[in-house]
Write a protein that binds this ligand. Structure first.
Ligand code: SAH
Length: 258
C-alpha cells in the first residue's frame, strides 16, 4: 500500500481566520487531524466528513511519554496510507516540537511537509496595537522561551545579550516566570522603565492586554490575574499601543466581521 503523508501545520495564534490557505487546504484533505490544546477548535469544523480527530493536549509532567506516543501515532497512521495533519498552535517551528516529530517521520521514511503558521509572539502584539519592529524604536526582535527551567538550574538564556542587544523581546510561556524575567533584564542593563505588555489569549475574542514597566509589571499581572497563554512583550514599541490599539476596542463594540 502507498504510504500516506503527514502535514505539520501551524493553526495560527487563536483567531481561526489566521490559518494559511495551505493550512486550510490540508485540514480539508486530512483523514486524521491530531491537534494540540491551544488550537482554536473552530478550525476542526473544516475537517472532511468522517475524518478522525485526535486530541493531543499534553498533561503537565507527562510531556516525554505523550510526545513519544504522538510521534508513533503519526507514523502509524501514515503507514496505513492516510493523510495526517498534525495541527499546532501558532507556528509549528516555534516551541512546537516540530523538530522531534519531523525527525521521527524522516527516520521512518514517511513523507511530510511543514506548513508555517503565524506565531503568537508576533500576532498577539499586532492585535494589541504593537508592531514588533518600528523604524524609530526597534530594529531587532527575539523570541525566547521562559519556561521555569532556572528553578532546576537550567536557565540557558543569555540575559546579557538579550538585555543589551535586542530591542523587542517576546517571551513565550513566561507569565509564571515574570519576576525572574524582569529582574534578569534589569540586572543585565535594561532600564527599569522599559515598557512591557502582557497579552493574554491574543487574537481571540477574549484577548486582554495589560501594560506596565519592567519594574511594575509583576504587580499589574497579579492585579489583573493574567495567566497563560500569554506573551510577555518587552520593548519601547509597547508605547505605540496607546495610539494604534484597534482590536480590543473593536471586539467590545461588535462581533468580528470582515
Ligand atoms: N507554536 C506556538 C507557541 C507554543 S508555546 C506559536 O508559534 O505561537 C505556548 C506558548 O505560546 C504559550 O504559553 C504562550 O506564551 C504563547 N501563546 C500561544 N497562543 C497564544 C495566544 N493566543 N496569546 C498569547 N500567547 C499565546
Amino acid at each position: 500500500m502507498n504510504k500516506g503523508k503527514v502535514f505539520l501545520v501551524g493553526a495560527g495564534p487563536g483567531d481561526p481566520k489566521l490559518i494559511t490557505v495551505k493550512g486550510m487546504e490540508c485540514l480539508q484533505a486530512a483523514d486524521v487531524i491530531a491537534y494540540d490544546r491551544l488550537v482554536n477548535k473552530e478550525l476542526l469544523a473544516y475537517a472532511k466528513k468522517g475524518a478522525e480527530l485526535i486530541f493531543c493536549g499534553k498533561l503537565p509532567g507527562k510531556h516525554a511519554l505523550i510526545q513519544e506516543q504522538i510521534n508513533r501515532l503519526l507514523v502509524e497512521k501514515a503507514e496505513q496510507g492516510l493523510i495526517v495533519v498534525r495541527l499546532k498552535g501558532g507556528d509549528p517551528c516555534v516551541f512546537g516540537r516540530v523538530g522531534e516529530e519531523a525527525e521521527e517521520l524522516a527516520n521512518s521514511g514517511i513523507p511530510f511537509e511543514i506548513v508555517p503558521g503565524i506565531t503568537a509572539g508576533i500576532a498577539a502584539p499586532a492585535y494589541a496595537g504593537i508592531p514588533i519592529t518600528h523604524r524609530d524604536h526597534a530594529s531587532s526582535f527575539a523570541i525566547v522561551t521562559a519556561h521555569g527551567r532556572e528553578q532546576k538550574g537550567e536557565d540557558h538564556i543569555n540575559w546579557e545579550a538579550l538585555a543589551q542587544g535586542i530591542d523587542t523581546i517576546a517571551f513565550y510561556m513566561g507569565v509564571g516566570n515574570l519576576p525572574h524575567i524582569c529582574s534578569q533584564l534589569i540586572h543585565h542593563g535594561k532600564k527599569p522603565s522599559t515598557p512591557v505588555a502582557l497579552i493574554e489569549w491574543g487574537t481571540t475574542t477574549v484577548q486582554r492586554t495589560v501594560t506596565g514597566e519592567l519594574s511594575t509589571i509583576e504587580q499589574k499581572a497579579k492585579e489583573h490575574q493574567i495567566t497563560n497563554p500569554a506573551i510577555v512583550l518587552v520593548g519601547e514599541v509597547v508605547g505605540l499601543r496607546e495610539k494604534i490599539s484597534w482590536f480590543e476596542d473593536a471586539i467590545l463594540k461588535q462581533p468580528m466581521t470582515l
